[in-house]
Design a protein around this ligand. Structure first.
Ligand SMILES: O=C(O)C(=O)C[C@]1(C(=O)O)C=C[C@@H](O)C=C1
Length: 369
């Protein structure tokens, strides 16, 4: 028995626990009632031949509950609880297979479980390219890929693959990324190399330069792969999540070593347009596109004119070299709204007319917390 615990439990505590047990049973009955309704929805969808996962509906369910939450449950507790309930309900309609950059313990895995809930079939992949290939080939229904980090900027490989694959975006999610130095020994002595994904090494550049200036920085395919290697060799350390540390039995030698305390990574959820329709408007949506314009004065200005004319806000504007050798660029643009809104539809039509290249990458509900 823990020190300080009374020999006989406090009757007031017992009474409260009885009440909690009774509420839990009621909750279980209600969640089962909800699950049975979701099963009925599943039957209906099977008859109609329509898809099970509806990101816009899930976003509306969560938005609605948050707006009606009387408390004391905190607002930010609502989304994770209902995501998990909807994940369990969805799995009764059909399995959801989700590809992401594995192995176990990566931030991509955490993003996949956070977005879809844990009642999914996990399809860990060895690279971002493999996530795109697996989802394109239909071995996974959805892929989760990192697109941007608040410290390091864009994840170039994901952006390049949006251009060359048929996949489109149906959702987004973002995570606070806390990196830890992990190792078999609980010490900073005699570390020969630090293994991690190049993005993670870059996000911890300052800390590594100060505390381990002589250790080699060894880029590997994922942070969890770095943790796996560190578990095999005591001269190696890894930069990875706490989850990866417990997965591979490593000590957290130094916690939260990322240079920016607010380090966040944003992920896109992708799927194949032949297997999934674009989400309908949820009320809080984002539309992503990639465009290019001819290399002449005023071309970028002309591109922005239709957005201003129709009152469409832009939340992101990124450029990537087009690799034509002509100083030409692709522009990755996020717009606030959905093409079902007439002003957005008109702005997109006019924008398309002034672009040399135009590809709609997707339209999807904004991340709800
Ligand atoms: O409303 C639906 O279309 C359902 O299938 C039910 C439900 C839910 O559990 O609320 C489950 C899966 C969908 O992604 C959206 C919502």
């Amino acid at each position: 028995m823990a020190e300080g615990a009374p020999a006989t439990p406090d009757p007031a505590l017992l009474a409260l626990r009885h009440k909690i047990d009774a509420v839990d049973r009621e909750l279980l009955d209600l969640v089962n009632k909800r699950a049975a309704l979701a099963q009925e929805v599943g039957e209906l969808k099977k008859k109609e031949g329509s898809v099970v996962f509806r990101p816009e509906r899930e976003a509306q369910v969560i938005d609605g509950l948050k707006a009606h939450n009387p408390g004391p449950l905190r607002g930010e507790s609502v989304a994770p609880i209902w995501r998990e309930i909807m994940s369990a309900c969805r799995s009764l309609e059909t399995p959801t297979r989700v590809a992401y950059l594995g192995p176990a313990g990566t931030f991509s895995e955490q993003a996949a479980l956070g977005f879809f809930g844990t009642s999914i079939v996990q399809v860990p992949c060895t690279s971002i390219d493999e996530v795109f290939r697996t989802t394109t080939a239909g071995a996974a229904d959805f892929g989760v890929v990192p697109v941007e980090n608040s410290t390091e900027g864009v994840v170039a490989r994901s952006l390049d693959l949006f251009l060359t694959t048929p996949l489109f975006i149906i959702g987004e999610t973002s995570l606070f990324v806390r990196h830890n130095l992990l190792r078999r020994e609980n010490s900073l002595e005699d570390i020969q190399a630090v293994c991690a994904h190049p993005q993670a090494l870059a996000q911890c550049h300052g800390w590594l330069s100060t505390h381990l200036p002589h250790a080699e920085r060894r880029p590997v395919s994922s942070n969890a792969e770095g943790a796996r290697l560190a578990a095999l060799d005591k001269r190696l350390a890894a930069v990875a999540s706490e989850r990866a540390g417990s997965e591979y039995g490593l000590h957290i030698v130094a916690p939260a070593i990322q240079d920016d305390a607010h380090n966040r990574t944003r992920f896109a959820i992708v799927t194949h347009p032949d297997r999934h329709p674009a989400p309908k408007a949820s009320g809080h949506d984002c539309t992503s596109l990639v465009v290019s314009v001819t290399n002449k004065p005023g071309a970028v200005h002309d591109m922005l004119v239709p957005l201003k004319a129709h009152g469409v806000s832009m939340s992101r504007f990124e450029s990537r070299p087009a690799r034509s050798g002509q100083w030409e660029y692709y522009f990755y643009i996020d717009l606030q709204g959905h093409p079902e809104q007439p002003n957005m539809a008109q702005a997109l039509r006019e924008l398309r007319a002034v672009c040399a290249y135009f590809k709609l990458l997707g339209t999807y509900p904004l991340d709800v917390h």
